[in-house]
Design a protein around this ligand. Structure first.
Ligand code: SAH
Ligand code: F3S
Length: 433
């Protein structure tokens, strides 16, 4: 009987792909069956996120709970950004943890799993051309990492300290991954990196300098790739060439995540984001003009140190002007190892909560408007998921979640769908013959 693996993946989509890599490497050593019940698992892995403080607090209570209920002899490992950040302190606080594996050391999983109290968290470790074994949780959509680490130093962000400097994965490896994914049935390729449009700045060995736009062209030429998505681009690196390729390449899905963080140019400066409100709005304007129907999503932080009422008003102004189709908004959370953690102009927590509430309330009204505005339109929907109530769901090119009545035979196929109804999170429609 094969061993059972329980793996909980928190945080970003890069973690989702890194979890798949861990599963693949473990499976190559000995077969594991994945379980969603930690109590029957032989190996429990918590794949952590360190971007905000709350999930880090949760880690230790969760570890305690897993340890209490685990099967006799089961091992517990902590992976990801909090593993990189806290390292051996995790074992100090939770001595029953068997190993700690950093976000940049994923390829070592098969080795650390059998080395009790192993701590592998080197952020200079280079696994950019490591040939991971194959495992994908979806056969329809393939996540592919295109870079590791991040070269920026946004003053609020811990990621460069947990994932290290940015190294691009060689383009031929990425193209090869895309070919394998297509052969396994995927029509959609989802490229991942902390800063995808900075791709190609640094490779670890001798590799031809391919930039992100060129990489997109290469992937779109792979036979069988019908859709390409990516996340996240950085607003600073959104040059005209990139926006033109995005708009004109029919294989690139027309949805883009453009993380704003703040609408105030002063706060953007304090965050070291490298762009102004004007630049951001100019890029969005170009994007909407060149790619009509594009959906734009963003990330916003409110209550960054020094954020005045006037600064927050600038964020509201940008939200009103852009009408983001989707927004992820967070209250600023001071993180160790970051510059902003040393700033002495913190914002009162209640003021930050009130601002966040105001922003979210406004954004909800935008989303309601956007969703209602889709009724009557026709979208090409790639069906990926079976729903409980006789429905199947998928995504339009511009990333709306669309449900239709139907069964398995729709999965993995793209159909034109006429939208008949809307809700805040999803659209309902009928397939056109
Ligand atoms: N480069 C990545 C960013 C990873 S962090 C990307 O572009 O997606 C994901 C998001 O978490 C950031 O965009 C930011 O909005 C939020 N975030 C990061 N650090 C934060 C902090 N200290 N407090 C609150 N939110 C934060
Ligand atoms: Fe973080 Fe800024 Fe990089 S948000 S991941 S340091 S682009």
């Amino acid at each position: 009987m094969s061993k059972k693996l329980f793996i909980e993946t928190l945080g970003c989509q890069m973690n989702v792909r890194d979890s798949e890599h861990m599963i693949a490497e473990l499976n190559a050593k000995e077969p594991y069956e994945i379980t969603t019940n930690s109590e029957e698992a032989d190996l429990i892995i918590i794949h952590t996120c360190a971007v905000r403080e709350r999930p880090v607090h949760k880690l230790f209570s969760e570890l305690g709970a897993f340890n209490k209920k685990k099967k006799a002899g089961a091992k517990i490992g902590v992976a990801g950004c909090t593993a990189s950040h806290l390292g051996k302190d995790i074992i100090k606080r939770a001595p029953y943890v068997n190993f700690v594996l950093g976000a940049r050391n994923v390829s070592k999983i098969a080795e650390v799993v059998d080395r009790d109290k192993a701590v592998e968290i080197d952020i200079d470790y280079d696994e950019s051309d490591f040939a991971f074994k194959d495992f994908r949780s979806s056969s329809f959509k393939a996540f592919i990492n295109i870079s590791i680490g991040c070269d920026k130093s946004c003053t609020f962000c811990i990621v460069p300290k947990t994932r290290g400097d940015e190294i691009s994965i060689p383009a031929d490896l990425i193209v090869n991954e895309a070919k394998k994914a297509v052969a396994a049935g995927a029509k959609e390729i989802f490229l991942l990196g902390q800063n995808v449009n900075n791709y190609g700045r640094r490779f670890s060995g001798e590799h031809s300098k391919v930039n992100f736009t060129e990489l997109l062209r290469q992937i779109s030429k792979v036979a069988g790739v019908e859709r390409i998505r990516f996340t996240s681009p950085h607003p600073l690196h959104m040059d005209d060439e990139f926006i033109e390729e995005f708009a004109n390449n029919p294989k690139i899905c027309k949805s883009m995540h453009v993380p704003l963080q703040s609408g105030s140019t002063d706060i953007l400066k304090a965050m070291k984001r490298g762009y102004s409100q004007e630049w951001f709005l100019n890029r969005i304007e170009k994007l909407r003009a060149m790619a009509p129907g594009v959906s734009i999503s963003t990330d916003i932080i409110v209550g960054f140190p020094g954020e005045s009422d006037a600064d927050f008003d600038e964020t509201m102004k940008v939200a009103k002007e852009v009408q983001f189709e989707q927004m992820f908004s967070f209250k600023y959370s001071p993180r160790p190892l970051t510059e902003a953690a040393e700033f002495d102009n913190a914002i009162d927590g209640e003021i930050a909560s009130e601002r966040l509430h105001r922003l979210q309330e406004y954004q909800d009204s935008v989303v309601d408007n956007v969703m209602q505005g889709q009724v009557g339109k026709v979208f090409d929907v790639y069906f990926e998921e079976l729903r409980a109530d006789g429905h199947v769901s998928g995504r339009s090119s511009n990333n709306f979640l669309v449900k239709v009545k139907g069964s398995e035979e729709l999965l993995g196929r793209i159909f034109n769908v006429k939208i008949t109804d809307s809700a805040r999170m999803s659209l309902t429609g009928e397939i056109l013959a």
